[in-house]
Write a protein that binds this ligand. Structure first.
Ligand SMILES: [Zn+2]
Ligand SMILES: [Zn+2]
Length: 159
């Protein structure tokens, strides 16, 4: 995945990134994408969810929930829920929709904006950018030196 492909994908998303958690609430570590809206702190392993993860968890426990109910119980805005429905990231009713295309590689997917492979690569890239941002601002310089993640940053084009 090239940085250009990522930029094109991001501009198609607009500014809304589902309130993705970047920083651990407990220790300030970088949150690593695990899949389906779930993130884990690379230092203390605390879990956190973006809007998609929160809404999805709620629907799993409460099948048939309405958008209004999900918004009220999870704190995710109705606007965000409608956006996820439109993008078919959420399936409130059983979904017989035919395949959609991954926003980066064009593979057929059942739901979401990206196939699993591109979603993981995309989030890895976001994590490395967060790491680079910290290194630039002086915060986390020690991390760049000793951390194997520093290598990954330079190899991101070859993933
Ligand atoms: Zn943490
Ligand atoms: Zn893909």
């Amino acid at each position: 995945m090239s940085n250009r492909e990522i930029a094109v994908f991001e501009s198609s998303l607009g500014k809304y990134d589902y309130n993705r958690p970047y920083k651990c609430d407990k220790c300030g570590g970088i949150m690593i994408f695990k899949g389906v809206g779930e993130y884990e702190c690379e230092d203390c392993h605390a879990l956190a969810y973006d809007d998609y993860g929160k809404a999805r968890n709620y629907i799993e426990k409460h099948p048939g929930a309405t958008a209004g109910e999900i918004a009220e119980r999870t704190g995710v805005s109705q606007k965000a829920i409608h956006q996820m429905l439109r993008e078919s990231r959420l399936e409130i009713a059983s979904n017989s929709r035919s395949f959609m295309k991954c926003g980066i590689c064009g593979a057929n997917i059942r739901h979401g904006a990206l196939c699993e492979k591109c979603a993981t690569a995309y989030h890895r890239n976001a994590e490395e950018r967060e790491r680079a941002k910290r290194a630039l601002s002086g915060y986390g310089v020690e991390l760049m030196k000793g951390d194997p993640g520093a290598m990954r940053f330079f190899n991101v084009e070859q993933i």
